[in-house]
Design a protein around this ligand. Structure first.
Ligand SMILES: [Zn+2]
Length: 474
């Protein structure tokens, strides 16, 4: 086992050594439910799902937690804008988020009851956590809430690699007369009139955003130290820096061994924003393309840590790539049906070729989950597969198919063997049209092409046409 991961904390690629293998405790920051999830969220959800699947493929058992932030300033503001109850807003967007997970085929994390852990369902634990931080002298109470004193935590800034003074200069920090230092952050916010609140020793209020992740990750992974903490690059500072400060101040132990951050998504070179009119939700995408796999292939073309730019040409390219997989799988199946056992045996050289590409796949994926290179291996297998079809090597061909299925499974792309290649669909439509127009010469030619090129036989049925790999018995 030698998986290597780029660790934001050490700014190095390191050999991945979970604390108690084969167990891996992995946490990712989930969504704040105040609006529809967009394709930037999809990247985050998807890429960490791929990493999880790959670790499992390599024999590890991944305990995976992803939270839901269901109370936050954004939620309160949005609910006020819409003049609805914040709870109603949250329930609506949690349902919508779950629907998105289903559309993308993303696996759920560890559940709290039937759902991923929600902030508002873990408030007693947050209060307990804050109380210890106060007892240990890392926090202080003001008229507006409880704050963490970053200057008390000597390692503050270690994740982003900055000193406190650099952070102060480099980032616009909201000034607040209640805070001792502008970088101090709220652990507990007292409720203003008409805001939702929970009871606490420091007055009615709600938890700060950062404390949610510290509490839910440690509670649901049952550990002070996580193996992997993951999230978007935009969360490194201040969110992840603050999670580290609270957690390590509380336990005196390292909070997470490996920090993995994905790059951000732009659209046609621009930041995605509602104000720019270029906001693409997950549901918009699915509505337009009817297919989540091509969005996944698009994400795989760029290493997770790099920025990725979305545009429709790239998606079109990925749609074609998916077609070639369907084409190959389809050919295997129809070919098997019509030919039975092939006469040409698989040579050792054939097997060696296949194995060498498969080894390469593992090598590049072991190297910080290099999906663009991994995808390139899949295309090499694809080419080889088409070659084996032409040379009538069934065994080699089936071997490739099984490997492709396994690797595509890691990428969460599960091609249905019932899917018909676009070209075949088109030929069938053209033939139907020719027949309806009584152009029998053209219809017969397409029929013959289908047999020659795909080994497919078309037959007219009562309600239209059917296509099969064996001639019909009539
Ligand atoms: Zn978080």
């Amino acid at each position: 086992m030698s998986i290597r991961i780029y660790n934001t904390l050490t700014r190095k690629k390191e050999e991945f050594k979970p604390q108690n293998p084969p167990q891996v405790k992995m946490y990712t920051c989930g969504v704040t439910v105040y609006d529809e999830c967009h394709i930037g969220h999809a990247r985050s959800l998807y890429i960490f799902d791929v990493i999880r699947r790959y670790l499992e493929y390599r024999g590890l058992e991944v305990n995976f937690v992803r939270n839901i932030t269901d109370i936050d300033d954004k939620i309160i503001n949005r609910a006020n804008e819409l003049k609805i109850d914040w709870n109603e807003l949250v329930e609506k967007y949690i349902d919508s988020y779950k629907e998105d997970l289903g559309l993308l085929g993303i696996q759920p994390g560890i559940l709290d009851g039937k759902e991923e852990p929600r902030a508002t369902r873990n408030i007693p634990e947050m209060i307990k956590y804050i109380r210890v931080l106060l007892d240990k002298g890392f926090a202080y109470v003001t008229d507006s809430g409880v704050y963490f004193n970053v200057r008390k935590f000597k390692d503050y800034g270690k994740l982003s690699g900055q000193s406190i003074d650099q952070m102060l200069n480099g980032v616009r920090v909201e000034s607040d007369e209640h805070k001792q230092d502008p970088l101090d952050f709220a652990l507990w916010k007292k409720a203003k009139p008409n805001e939702p609140f929970w009871k606490s020793p420091w007055g009615d209020g709600r938890p700060g955003w950062h404390i949610e992740c510290s509490v839910m990750s440690q509670k649901f992974l049952k550990a002070d130290t996580l193996d992997v903490h993951a999230g978007g690059r935009d969360l490194i500072f201040p969110h992840h820096e603050n999670e580290i400060a609270q957690s390590e101040a509380l336990t005196g132990k390292q909070f997470a061994k490996y920090w993995i951050h994905h790059g951000l998504l732009t659209i046609n070179g621009q930041k995605m924003a509602k104000s720019l009119g270029n906001f693409v939700t997950i549901k918009d995408f699915i509505k337009q393309y009817q297919d989540a796999d091509i969005l996944k292939l698009f994400f795989l073309t760029t290493h997770y840590s790099n920025p990725i730019d979305y545009n429709e040409d790239k998606i079109e390219e990925c749609r074609k790539q998916k077609e070639s997989f369907i084409d190959l799988f389809y050919k295997v199946n129809s070919w098997k049906l019509r030919k039975g056992k092939s006469k040409n045996p698989t040579s050792k050289a054939d097997t060696d070729k296949i194995n060498s590409i498969c080894n390469k796949f593992q090598e590049v994926m072991d190297d910080d989950f290099n999906t663009p290179e991994g995808l390139a291996c899949l295309f090499q297998l694809l080419d080889l597969g088409f070659g084996f079809i032409s040379s009538d090597k069934q065994e080699a061909f089936n071997y490739i198919k099984s490997k492709l299925e396994a690797f595509l499974g890691i990428f969460g792309v599960e091609l249905s063997l019932k899917e018909i290649p676009a070209e075949v669909r088109q030929m069938r439509e053209d033939r139907d049209k020719a027949r309806d127009e009584k152009d029998f010469k053209k219809a017969d030619k397409i029929r013959k092409d289908l047999v020659d090129r795909f080994g497919l036989y078309i037959s007219d049925t009562g309600g239209g046409t059917s296509i099969s790999a064996v001639p019909s018995q009539e």
